[in-house]
Design a protein around this ligand. Sequence first.
Ligand code: MN
Ligand code: MN
Length: 299
Amino acid sequence: MAVEGLEQYRKAGKIASQARQFGVGLIKIGASLSDVTEQIEQKILSLGGELAFPTQISLNEIAAHYCSTPEDKSVFKEDDLVKLDVGVHVDGYVADTAVTIDLSKDHKHDKIIKTSKEALQKAISIVKPGIKTREIGKAIQEIVTSQGFAPVRNLGGHGVGRFMIHGPPAIPNYDNGDNSMIEEGMVFAIEPFVSAGAGIVYERENANVFMMTGMKPVRNMMTRSVMKEIDKFKGLPFTERWLVRAGLSVPKINFALNEIDNLGILKKFPPLPDKNKGLVSQAEHTLIVTKDGCEVTTE
Ligand code: MN
Ligand code: MN
């Protein structure tokens, strides 16, 4: 299989999988979200990986993109349905994986979690060269709706590449009519989101996942020093905590992010709740398409 970066993809996948499992062990009632997030990211670094995007822990009706700020005081509560989403890269080659955890005492979220896992397994089982992306979406949709849930239609899987998190092919969570064909050597994530509500998410306020989409000349020294740090993330998404880790103060970071935003080169990824406040579960793996199937890197 001639895939550029094959060994790096595999290594990133292994580290992402270990970090995900490590994170599952930390997510307990009373634990702090920012603590757990920080520990998972440190684990990735200690295993020899780099952060492909900020570790995200989204609760209940938030499907994705919640990321602790440095001052986040929130803790896990009983009955929380917790999505943990982890991104690792090795030399730029990305692995993206997610899992959902049930913090209820009576396993009340069993069914929705099981549904996202089964949809993911089914989707993985049919991936091979020649299959259409809509067929993967259809397989996900069938399992999800058969359990009385809705697939989240405006979120989906995506190709990954070197220093790239979201590229083609787009892998829908339903049959969207897209006849794009899967080819050998493609690397992408599949991520069924299962909703007990609308199956549509919208963008809430207060993003804490960002991406700088270009460079522009800036006069202000403070903003320049922050941009210099952001530049080290090589175009990948980042979060405020990483800039604090680099030694910058929160007021300085906020000032600079605001200025970068005003320049029109800051892309924001705000938390994504279900439109009807339905609970959302997610399962995600990254895979490489082989001659007659696929190799899951994040198993
Ligand atoms: Mn993910
Ligand atoms: Mn993803």
